[in-house]
Design a protein around this ligand. Structure first.
Ligand SMILES: *[C@@H]1O[C@H](CO)[C@@H](O)[C@H](O)[C@H]1NC(C)=O
Ligand SMILES: *[C@@H]1O[C@H](CO)[C@@H](O)[C@H](O)[C@H]1NC(C)=O
Ligand SMILES: *[C@@H]1O[C@H](CO)[C@@H](O)[C@H](O)[C@H]1NC(C)=O
Ligand SMILES: *[C@@H]1O[C@H](CO)[C@@H](O)[C@H](O)[C@H]1NC(C)=O
Ligand SMILES: *[C@@H]1O[C@H](CO)[C@@H](O)[C@H](O)[C@H]1NC(C)=O
Ligand SMILES: *[C@@H]1O[C@H](CO)[C@@H](O)[C@H](O)[C@H]1NC(C)=O
Length: 372
């Protein structure tokens, strides 16, 4: 318990519950921007004031100031009530989630953000994880926010003040383009799959890294679009959003893909393999599910490929291919911004190198505002 952090807000925990309005007024020194924004969307305020058992992740004034500084287009939210409501709804979780409920194994509660801003049954998710003793939230592009003041009780639930505005998850193609998965984005484009994949609901995408595509570069030039589509479809699970705890839940499972053939998901200690490919970044949230980054491209004609868990790298699952130097299929793929997904190990535990730039780049508000 960080007692110093709980003062003065923590005092609220010792009196009987107060209204959200009272909590906001009492904390105007930290939450004045949020209060101002809420005043622009009275419907959201009515919903929150009447709600029971919710958890509000309340960005501090500093969080909003950082967002505006890094992404001036965020200011457009103040003239777009629909998008603003969406951004704020993404900060409201169903259920009472105290800081003590955050653990090294991430949880993915639902938020109030739903269609058309998100195509995830039950509402878009956030990730909650305890990293080095800090309650941490991750959102779109796996951008992280830290809880700076935890467990403020109000009569509808819990408020946690966070240091970064959450990023509303973008669609899979946009997520690929803006997280350095430009070969995947190019492959989806070449196969005519951008819109079909973006418009699915509740999906899991295994996303080969650019290095994975480079390793089979010689094979890609000669592929017909429908063959490429078959390979990409072999990386997509429909009607199932499988987050990392699910992937780590059993030693081995066989799952049918969008392409029709099965993949095998295996756990080895705290690592996850899909056929012979390793999951190198897990749990990147998208508008319609989740992406896990792989170090190899999966081959539907080689579904029996198995990993060597002791080796840091795996042979490509395509026989007789040669690597190329530059990321294939990236012509015309231009990121609008660059996000580096946080590296949170699959088993929780220590944080590995999250560059400061990552923490300040969150531009979800602008991303959402720009699309409506
Ligand atoms: C809250 O803080 C803002 C900015 O500091 C100020 O303009 C506003 O008057 C304050 N509101 C209340 C109710 O104290
Ligand atoms: C809120 O949670 C409490 C405790 O779990 C439960 O008893 C109550 O029915 C819930 N209220 C609503 C409106 O969901
Ligand atoms: C959700 O799906 C609908 C219908 O396919 C689509 O129009 C909408 O753009 C999708 N939302 C997002 C955020 O991608
Ligand atoms: C996929 O696996 C299921 C059950 O494990 C099996 O019944 C089915 O035949 C497999 N499909 C293919 C295309 O191999
Ligand atoms: C299947 O994948 C393995 C690597 O896991 C590779 O060594 C082998 O050549 C591949 N076979 C075919 C037929 O592509
Ligand atoms: C978390 O703890 C590890 C090991 O003590 C340390 O190397 C790392 O820098 C810490 N990360 C953060 C974000 O505090």
């Amino acid at each position: 318990m960080h007692l110093t952090r709980l003062l003065p807000l923590g005092l609220a925990a010792y009196v009987s519950a107060q209204s959200l309005t009272t909590i906001l007024a009492d904390n105007n020194a930290t939450l004045s921007t949020l209060t101002t924004l809420l005043a622009l969307v009275p419907d959201v305020v009515r919903t929150l004031s009447a709600a029971q058992n919710i958890t509000i992740l309340a960005p501090s004034d500093t969080a909003f100031a950082n967002l505006m500084a890094r992404n001036p287009r965020s200011a457009e939210l103040t003239t777009n009530p629909r998008a603003l409501a969406g951004v704020l709804q993404y900060h409201v979780l169903m259920g009472r989630l105290l800081s003590g409920d955050f653990s090294p194994t991430p949880k993915f509660p639902s938020t109030l953000l739903t269609t058309p801003f998100a195509n995830v049954t039950g509402g878009q998710k956030v990730g909650l994880v305890m990293v080095n003793g800090t309650a941490t939230v991750f959102s779109g592009y796996k951008q992280v926010a830290g809880v700076v003041t935890a467990d403020v009780q109000f009569d509808g639930g819990i408020v946690h003040i966070i240091d970064t505005v959450l990023t509303v998850p973008a669609n899979p193609a946009q997520t690929a383009i803006n997280t350095g998965l430009t070969s995947l984005a190019g492959a989806l484009t070449a196969a005519g799959l951008v819109d079909p994949v973006n418009s699915l609901a509740d999906i899991t995408v295994f996303a080969p890294s650019n290095d994975a595509f480079k390793a089979i570069g010689s094979a890609l030039g000669t592929l017909a679009p429908q063959d490429l589509a078959g390979i990409l479809g072999y990386h997509v699970l429909t009607q199932q959003v499988r987050f990392s705890p699910d992937l780590l839940g059993t030693d081995q499972m066989t799952v049918a893909t969008l392409q029709g053939q099965n993949i095998t998901i295996r756990r080895d200690g705290a690592q996850v393999f899909v056929n012979s490919a390793r999951v190198v970044i897990a749990d990147v949230l998208t508008s319609n599910g989740v992406v896990h980054v792989l170090d190899n491209v999966l081959n539907p004609s080689n579904s029996t490929a198995t990993p060597d868990p002791d080796s840091p790298t795996q042979a490509p699952a395509f026989a007789g291919v040669a690597a190329v130097a530059d990321p294939p299929l990236t012509s015309g793929i231009v990121p609008t911004t660059t996000f580096v997904p946080a590296t949170i190990p699959l088993n929780g535990g220590a944080f590995v190198a999250v560059p400061t730039a990552v923490l300040v780049l969150a531009g979800g508000a602008a991303v959402l505002a720009a699309s409506f």
